[in-house]
Design a protein around this ligand. Structure first.
Ligand SMILES: Cc1ncc(COP(=O)(O)O)c(C=O)c1O
Length: 456
């Protein structure tokens, strides 16, 4: 019997690595995977999960990890939260599917009512349901074009909005995501994202943001696309895959003014930054900005597939048949989302703010001992650490970053890379301060090891 196969056994609450990684059972599964699963998946290190609870994950060889990746920022309420599981089981026993596009059921209506109550959009709000982040973005883009009658979209360099053919045209994160797939949907223009750390020394967040807005006004609007032909600006308030880069508050506020001035819709892609992760329900709330459309997915249903485009109701007036998805708003996913939102409201958004502050503090303190750390940034439990070879030149420490991610895994801490040379901490929002301290300790040890190796 595999060590982790007894589901009744309680889970260790501290990391415990007892085999070389990957262990024998993990190795066997990875070999089977290699023969039959698409090689396009980006597996950074060989974790083969057997079971998980809260912020702890056990692999098929009985090794226990502290999870600061959460299935790419998805397991918001922790792994298999009992209230989420109970909601899923309860709904599964009633009915599994009836297509909310053609029939009615309460969980979808109730979820749309809940979403209306949590999104930072004033007035009446309607929701479109899909199954993923990319579908939420596709819906947002189609709706923006339909509602404005305008063809063009502005997105940002470094942005990630998904990999289907519409959202991929907006995605400008890594060339591998685009290579071989063009031509892309037309009518998409990109502007620089306000990356304060990467701007020239001495440039303030305000100046950095102003330069990006200036590019939109003086370059895009003057040379490439008149503003009255732009349907929407699509932006991640904190870039996720791009490296956990936080847009300055003033930039988001002025972007809102600019879009409003030209009748352009503002779409906030909160697929990664939303659902409480930043210590507010949505990251854009930190800037006190109201988008017109909000793309939501990942954390909304604690791990079940669900994507939502929530919009001002006056915009979402497209006719029957204009847009729909058979599985979108699946009742089991809706039940999971309702339980998730209740847990977030109850305690977990506040926990993300509190424990996120501890995590950020601890990571910032590591800068004194680790020259490899160039920048620590983020909000709540969405924290990025950018690694550089020199704080002066900011040369990207790409190999070192990969070594730190792998080294953390070998010590029992799950983190993921983001951007070219950043590491993201996106744990379940149930993370405790003690667990944050463990994550910081393991990260510290791993940095010491990698720095020691690179100086040799
Ligand atoms: C900001 C953002 N938008 C969209 C997506 C696409 O989501 P999905 O992979 O569910 O299609 C992602 C995924 O990482 C994301 O981070």
């Amino acid at each position: 019997m595999r060590p982790g196969s007894d589901t009744a056994k309680t889970m260790r609450q501290t990391p415990d690595i007892s085999t070389p990684l990957p262990g024998p059972n993990a190795r066997a599964l990875i070999a089977r995977d290699a023969a039959v699963v698409s090689p396009s998946y980006t597996r950074g290190y060989p974790l083969v999960i057997d079971r998980a609870s809260g912020a702890m994950v056990e692999d098929v060889d009985g090794n226990v990890f502290l999870d600061c990746a959460a299935g790419i920022a998805v397991n918001s309420t922790g792994h298999s939260h009992p209230r989420v599981v109970e909601a899923i089981v309860g709904q599964a026993q009633r009915f599994l599917h009836m297509s909310g596009t053609d029939f009615y059921y309460e969980p979808q209506v109730r979820l749309a009512e809940e979403i209306r109550s949590i999104v930072p959009i004033g007035g009446a709000v309607r929701s479109f349901f899909g199954n993923s982040g990319t579908e939420a973005v596709e819906a947002a883009v189609k709706l923006a074009r339909y509602a404005t009658g305008r063809p063009n979209i502005i997105a940002f360099f470094g942005g990630f909005h998904g990999r289907t053919m519409g959202s991929l045209a907006l995605t400008a994160s890594k060339p591998v995501q685009r290579r071989g797939f063009g031509p892309f949907m037309s009518g998409v223009f990109h502007a620089p994202y306000p990356d304060v750390y990467r701007s020239a020394t001495g440039v303030t967040p305000e100046e950095c943001g102003a330069a990006c807005l200036d590019f939109i006004e003086q370059q895009l609007f003057m040379h490439l696309v008149p503003p009255d032909e732009v349907a929407a600006v699509v932006i991640e308030p904190i870039q996720g895959e791009g490296g956990y880069v936080v847009a300055p508050t003033g930039f988001l506020q002025r972007l809102r003014e600019l879009t409003r001035q030209h009748g352009i819709l503002l779409v906030a892609d909160e697929v990664q930054s939303g659902m409480g992760r930043t210590g507010k329900m949505f990251a854009i709330e930190h800037a006190d900005v109201e988008p017109d459309i909000l793309a939501i997915a990942k954390g909304i249903a604690s791990g079940l597939p669900l994507g939502v485009a929530a919009a001002r109701a006056d915009l979402m007036s497209w006719p029957a048949g204009a847009h729909a998805s058979t599985f979108g708003g699946n009742p089991v996913s809706c039940a999971a989302a309702l339980a998730t939102i209740a847990l977030l409201k109850d305690r977990l958004v506040a926990n993300a703010a509190e424990v996120g502050a501890r995590l950020m503090e601890g990571l910032v303190a590591l800068m004194d001992r680790h020259p490899l750390i160039g920048d620590v940034r983020g909000r709540g439990l969405m924290v990025g650490v950018e690694l550089v070879r020199s704080r002066q030149t900011k040369e990207r420490a790409i190999e070192e970053r990969n070594a730190v991610v792998n080294g953390a895994f070998e010590r029992g801490l799950l983190v993921l890379g983001a951007g070219k040379n950043a590491i993201r901490f996106s744990p379940p929002l149930v993370l405790t301060s003690d667990q944050a301290a463990i994550a910081i300790r393991i990260f510290d040890e791993t940095l010491t090891d990698v720095e020691g190796r690179s100086s040799r």
